[in-house]
Design a protein around this ligand. Structure first.
Ligand SMILES: C[S@@+](CC[C@H](N)C(=O)[O-])C[C@H]1O[C@@H](n2cnc3c(N)ncnc32)[C@H](O)[C@@H]1O
Length: 233
């Protein structure tokens, strides 16, 4: 896996914060991220024992939450070996390492045959892709016909007043706590900045369409702080 540009920066960043990632995730979101994950994965309920690919799986929380839908198997891929190591520790401890298999991989060049998976999931991953369209097209390629993509990502709150309040937290408080706890100088400044410049709502749906998905939909959560996007192949 040769990595250049944004990819190398993102990999280094997540390798650097892996030891504190889970704690900070739940602490900084006051645990709401778990509710968002559960809500997003409701879109798996029509599948019987789905074979799932969890892209940008990190420490595996989205994959673990997907177990509720009795998957035949979940493969989780990620660029960051340190994030995967933390995930593997969790899976071993919980005895889940047979159903969920974490492995290194690049979302923009997936090492799977065409039409392999019933569902492809990504939580808080697409924003970090170096080439978003290439990543989405790859996800489409490995999905079976009729298969579903479920994407959970940060978005921008639509209410001006709430956005002001939220941005104060997101741009000033969160980076401070993130830096103190993770000891990484840039990761928690990158987070709000990357959300600010990333397409959301209708703009993101247009990109999904362009990447080959149909019946795309967006469901904002918690005043639009995050959004669930779904699409069908
Ligand atoms: C914010 S974390 C999300 C982890 C996990 N999905 C979760 O919900 O907690 C983003 C992850 O995306 C991974 N990532 C970024 N670009 C990637 C790419 N091109 N291919 C695979 N993983 C990537 C990072 O290494 C990181 O682990």
């Amino acid at each position: 896996m040769q990595k250049t540009g944004k990819k190398a920066i993102v990999k280094e960043m997540f390798d650097g914060i892996a030891h504190r990632y889970d704690f900070l995730n739940h602490f900084l979101s006051l645990g709401i991220d778990n509710y968002w994950r559960k809500k997003a994965l409701l879109h798996l309920k029509s599948f019987k024992n789905p074979y799932i690919l969890d892209v940008a799986s990190g420490t595996g929380d989205f994959a673990i939450a997907a177990l509720k839908y009795n998957p035949s198997k979940i493969i989780g891929i990620d660029l960051s070996i340190e994030m995967l190591k933390k995930g593997d520790e969790k899976l071993l401890k919980k005895g889940l390492d047979r159903v969920i298999q974490l492995q290194p991989g690049d979302s923009e060049n997936l090492a799977f045959e065409n039409e392999t998976f019933d569902a492809v999931t990504v939580a808080f991953g697409v924003r970090n892709f170096e080439n978003l369209i290439q990543g989405l097209k790859e996800m489409n390629r490995v999905l079976r016909k009729g298969g579903r993509v479920i994407i959970l990502e940060f978005s921008k709150p639509s209410s001006k007043f709430f956005r002001l309040l939220f941005n104060f937290y997101f741009f000033y408080i969160l980076p401070l706590i993130g830096k103190l706890v993770s000891r990484h100088s840039k990761a928690y400044t990158y987070l709000p900045e990357s959300v600010d410049t990333f397409p959301c709502g209708k703009d993101f749906l247009a990109i999904m369409n362009h990447s080959g998905f149909r019946s795309v939909s967006a469901q904002p959560l918690t005043w639009g702080i995050a959004t669930i996007y779904t699409g069908v192949k």
